[in-house]
Design a binder for this molecule. Sequence first.
Ligand code: PLP
Length: 365
Amino acid sequence: MAVSFYNFTDLHHKGFREDIKSRISKIIDDGSFVEGEFNGKFEKEFALKQGAKHCLLVANGTDALEIALAAHGIGPGHKVGVPGITFYATAEAVLNVGAEPIFIDVDPVSACMCPESLKRVMKEHTINAIMPVHIYGLPAPIKALEAVCQPAGIPIIEDAAQAQGTFVDGKPVGSTNNFVTFSFYPTKNLSAFGDAGAILCQDDELATIVKTIRNHGRGDANRLGRNSRCDHMQAAVLDLKMKDIDGYNQNRKKIAAWYNEALKELDVELLPEHFVESSSWHLYPIKLANVDQRVGLQEHLKSQGIGTTPFYERAMSQEKALGGYKGEDSVAKSLAGRLLCLPMNPFLSKENVKEVAKEIANFLS
Ligand SMILES: Cc1ncc(COP(=O)(O)O)c(C=O)c1O
């Protein structure tokens, strides 16, 4: 039985298609292509849902990170702590604003930024901001990171690109006093019909700065911005998908629990059970003994029609464009390459999960 990684067909079900067609038709009739009524509606409702005072839609998740950094005045001459394992965009955003990424090592279990590593790195470098990532949807240890950063006045920008549906210390991601950024790329839990992103924050003044930056600095004669407005169609899609998102995220939790049960006797490393409730389960990663075993398993599953992704094959410092930056990342390097993400989408059945587990067992035996 083939098991695909994503399922865009069931996500865009018949009822959704009918509703979105009529919304797009209205957008065409009104000629309201950029920043229309659904932008405002979504921003209000998403802020409320995630526990933030402000939600500002932007063009994509990378822009959200860059604008968040710029709003905090981060630029040339500054150093920003990023986890040793993440998607390129986190470190790329730091470089795009002219600052220097400094690697902070990750926890060997969750692959999230390690507060102890941050403390060590801070002895060597003056860090001006950190960007912990809720990687795979797992909650980064925000309270512990705040305990390190707050006394030094270091702002935290949480990269929640993979974390819509995550609970951080029992509250929806976005409820802290930090900037929290999202990507709504089509593969994300809450997804648009193309690129879109958002910044959540509690601070009125910084929210105004974000609004100014995303629209060419308009409204502030002293500031240059950029174009990072969000298309009205993307906001209309996001607003409509909000109706289904809680149910879909519940399904992901249920599927993660099924995987945990089906894989528990096998010789692969699983995430601890307590993450079932707190993670958004954007991805379901397992750890293999070494890179060769991961490559072999991936090939075997592919031959059986089972889709997987090796997020992440390399630590950030092992990417050519990011080599040479400082910090520490030995745990990140030892994890990279051993991680394999199994099919995860809200429409998987228990039979699908059993099939994946059966093929993993076949490979390991
Ligand atoms: C952790 C992380 N940060 C940032 C981004 C960037 O988001 P976007 O692709 O919307 O620019 C992504 C997207 O995949 C991501 O996974």
